[in-house]
Design a protein around this ligand. Sequence first.
Ligand code: NAD
Length: 319
Amino acid sequence: MRIVITGGAGFIGSNLARTLSEHPEITQIRVIDNLSTGSKENLLGLDVHFIEGDIQDAALLDQAFHGADAIVHLAALPSVPRSVKDPLASHHANATGTLQVLEAARRAGNLHVIAASSSSVYGANPRLLKHEDLTTAPMSPYAVTKLATEAYLGAYHHSYGLPVLPFRFFNVYGPGQRADHPYAAVIPKWISATLTGQPVTVHGDGTQARDFTYVGTACRVLKDALLRRVVEPRPVNLAFGTRLALLDLIPAIEAATGFRARREHIATRVGDVLHSQADGTRLRALFPTAEPVPIREGLMATVDWLGTSIAGAHRQRVH
Ligand code: NAD
């Protein structure tokens, strides 16, 4: 099988490339990435064909998709605050970019397209558990672009018979997720702060809850979806309904790092969702053998990776 990963130099994409490269049925992995948030370093040591460029470049997509069997479309500008600051940039990369990917998949002969939507589409809808049939209520431009992503996949299935599978990812974390940029996600940011003696900054009172998914869990589901060519035009939550309040994440990080965290509360963030917890029924029906890596185990692996990368960065500064 020949697989193209858009955004494959990013956090989830590079983990997926590693997972797929270990499978004998996957004979070629191509990555298309414009390196806007990703890095070639993430792919070091992996046998992937790297194409540097933008998913809004139709000719480049034709070249990348030629002879492929499936696309995992992960390329996007992935942050809520980034989209609040620059909504057009998020729209171009995430919504227009998805449309370009779907058009190229159609031109290439109805390739299987798996794509990343996000739990942020539930937005202001307060109901828990988050079942896929709940009314969506995006609170940020980012969430709108992800709603467009999954809606375009559904529309391409119905209009052109494209075999698609839109996943709603919920707070994916793990090795490879960087802490050293302004839009870093909460787990790498807090682990890094705890390891370096900086305060852990909590937006609001910290009672907001998230359904954290270990990246290895997400990649195993993506691999299974590719190998079994799972097609489902309706969005599918890629999470298992494990709910953790941010305040409870702090002791979990203390246990994984072996350091005490210093807590500091700051203002709530515009566009942030209050609580997030998936209903995993649709996921389990499609992927009955999928099992999540427990948070304790996932945090340990993340601490190992971040500890090594922080030590590496420190060595570079000293020399
Ligand atoms: P990431 O930023 O690490 O990866 C995104 C990759 O896409 C980067 O390598 C970036 O350089 C590339 N990219 C961005 N715009 C591009 C463009 N126009 N053309 C080509 N490449 C482009 O983010 P991630 O956390 O790995 O997220 C992957 C996907 O999963 C994204 O679509 C994101 O919206 C979605 N998602 C992630 C999470 C999460 O918790 N990490 C949650 C929900 C949804």
